[in-house]
Design a protein around this ligand. Structure first.
Ligand code: NAD
Ligand code: MG
Length: 352
């Protein structure tokens, strides 16, 4: 698609015939849908809808993977009629993205109807039969989704949860009203605008130069270790959170912080994970685990971590009752962070 932009140059105004890239066109289209309710309603006509029930996405099974089916507006209207729900429910849907061809994607939770909570939940099994799928908790399904579906469903779940929890203005107590895209809610009595929020979390892979520090919370699956993670406190920079979290959780001081990558994470209720590497101060390697936060923490060698990264499959109890050491799956940013550390170590140990 060709779009033309007007550029003011000195006193002249001329048209520049530079076609906008597909990415820029898509970004601007999504921006327009968030700002313009009529444009967003129009986009629903040709759009596609991901369905949820009680924040669990509708999934279908295909060759050991889950797939997230999408439904057109027409199909959705038919389904809502069949489930005894009003077509007005579509107003509760939220915009979560669009294709390169500008097919807008929305998400709707069939079980989060504040007006009819009981009748909606009664229909769940019938809905699953009609939809030829199951509503499965995202926590259970996330790692069996492809990267695109995982990202779409994570965004959708976080946005649907935020709307469900922000039905009322915290100042006036009056019901708030969402815009069509669901990018904000407004209190009609005082015009306060509420925007969806997420909590920043840092995840840090601490190294002493040759080993890296991995830890377990008691809630982790047996045998799994990860990098240290913690929520940012109000007023903190990312660097300050890293220093505080490492000190709090394992009693060490770190320096030379290095950014790696970031990721939206849907748990517990929508976080921005910011992944970094850090090195302990010289001579500080004795771990003092804070047992209120962690079950255990330990230093691991390059070889131990590289072997664990290659492990695939399920992690069953061994004959001696222990579980093998394993790391979070590829989709988790902790995996990426640990993999990057292993690769850097491999490069630095190669002869020049
Ligand atoms: N994607 C990944 O690879 C990955 C890896 C590890 C952890 N994580 C995520 O990082 C998050 C934080 O890790 P953690 O549990 O060690 O954090 P943490 O060390 O900060 O401890 C959690 C505690 O922090 C407090 N807290 C402060 N602000 C909070 C907020 N906004 N929401 C919830 N609790 C808050 C609560 O008391 C909570 O019990 C977890 O939700 C976890 O799912 C993701
Ligand atoms: Mg923590």
């Amino acid at each position: 698609m060709f779009l033309y932009c007007g550029i003011a140059c000195r006193r002249k105004f001329f048209w520049c015939y530079r076609p906008l890239s597909t990415y820029v066109t898509k970004t601007r289209y999504l921006f327009e849908l968030k700002e313009d309710d009529d444009a967003c309603k129009k986009a629903q006509q040709t759009g596609a809808f991901y369905l949820f029930h009680g924040l669990a996405p509708l999934l279908q099974t295909s060759a050991h993977q889950y797939l997230a089916p999408r439904h057109s507006l027409l199909e959705l209207e038919r389904l809502l009629g069949k489930f005894g729900q009003d077509a007005q429910r579509i107003e509760d849907s939220v915009l979560i993205g669009c294709s390169e061809q500008q097919e807008a994607w929305f998400a709707l939770d069939l079980g989060l109807d504040s007006s009819f909570p009981i009748s909606a939940s009664l229909h769940k099994p019938e809905m699953e039969t009609e939809l030829k799928g199951s509503f499965i908790e995202l926590r259970k399904a996330l790692f069996q989704l492809n990267a695109r579906d995982a990202s779409m469903l994570s965004t959708a779940q976080a946005l649907l949860r935020w709307h469900d929890a922000h039905q009322f203005c915290s100042r006036s107590g009056q019901p708030t009203k969402k815009n069509v895209a669901g990018s904000k809610r407004v209190c009609p009595s005082n015009n306060i605008i509420y925007y969806p929020q997420m909590a920043p979390v840092v995840i840090t892979l601490v190294s002493d130069g040759t080993r890296c520090l991995l830890a377990r919370q008691s809630s982790f699956p047996k045998g799994m270790y990860s990098a240290l993670a913690g929520f940012c406190d109000i007023g903190e920079s990312v660097e300050e959170t890293i220093r505080r979290e490492v000190a709090e959780e394992v009693g060490l001081e770190v320096e030379s912080l290095q950014y790696c990558a970031s990721q939206h994470w849907p748990f517990p209720s929508g976080s921005l994970m910011i992944a970094c590497h850090a090195t302990v101060k010289p001579g500080q390697t004795e771990i003092q685990v804070n047992l209120r936060e962690l079950e255990t923490a330990a230093w691991f060698s390059h070889d131990e971590v590289a072997t664990a990264l290659k492990r695939k499959g399920s992690y069953t109890q061994q004959q001696n009752g222990t579980f093998p050491f394993w790391l979070p799956p590829k989709l988790a940013i902790s995996h990426q962070l640990i993999k990057e550390w292993v690769e850097k170590q491999t490069c630095s140990s190669l002869p020049a």
